[in-house]
Design a protein around this ligand. Structure first.
Ligand code: SF4
Ligand code: SF4
Length: 181
């Protein structure tokens, strides 16, 4: 048996990111991850400031409810777990979801990386976990059908977040998993 976590650079990576299959099937799920849940998407302070700078451009495309929420509390708020997250309407759907998908010119990295979630375990320790959510069941079926693992589906956001060399190290570990049993 191989370990349940691997260290890649200075990041702890849950093994199921390498072993489980996943490939979003938007036709089937209709991007429900932007509309479900009880909190917004995690954002950094810099990302929240960037959303503020985009507000004039996206304002006409936001719903009246989303405009009212953002006018009242801003583009982000701190959730009960202490994380800064995007503002939501009706206690569930992200204010920046437009009729044809995300209104932002670049998705926050947490959205781009989903279903991988970052968790800071200490000042120098970051862990990546595979977040399982029932609304993504079609992504598991498509991933299995097409033989795409979580880390392969998320190649682009992982490189955006951690760099090319880091991703290649991750790929190398994944390639050697069969040797570990
Ligand atoms: S920021 Fe965009 S991608 Fe992220 S939850 Fe909101 S609408 Fe979806
Ligand atoms: S993360 Fe889940 S809900 Fe969101 S687009 Fe992918 S499969 Fe659909």
């Amino acid at each position: 048996m191989f370990p349940s976590m691997f260290i890649v650079g200075d990041v702890l990576v849950s093994a199921d990111i390498l072993t489980e299959y996943f490939a979003c099937d938007i036709e089937a799920c209709h991007g429900q991850c932007c509309e479900e849940g009880n909190a917004g998407a995690p954002v950094s302070q810099e990302e929240a400031s960037d959303i503020e700078r985009q507000l004039d451009a996206i304002w006409p495309h936001m719903s009246a409810t989303a405009q009212a929420v953002v006018e009242k509390q801003g583009v982000a708020y701190t959730d009960p777990e202490g994380d800064l997250v995007t503002s939501i309407c009706h206690g569930r759907d992200c204010c920046f979801r437009g009729p044809r998908g995300c209104l932002l010119r670049e998705r926050p990295i947490s959205c781009h990386l989903y279903p991988i979630r970052e968790k800071r375990l200490g000042p120098d320790t970051l862990a990546l976990n595979y977040d399982r959510w029932s609304i993504c069941k079609d992504a598991i079926l498509r991933g299995r059908r097409e033989g795409i693992h979580v880390y392969e589906f998320l190649r682009e956001p992982l490189i955006r977040r951690f760099g090319q060399a880091w991703y290649e190290e991750l790929e190398d570990i994944a390639r050697h998993l069969p040797d570990m049993g």
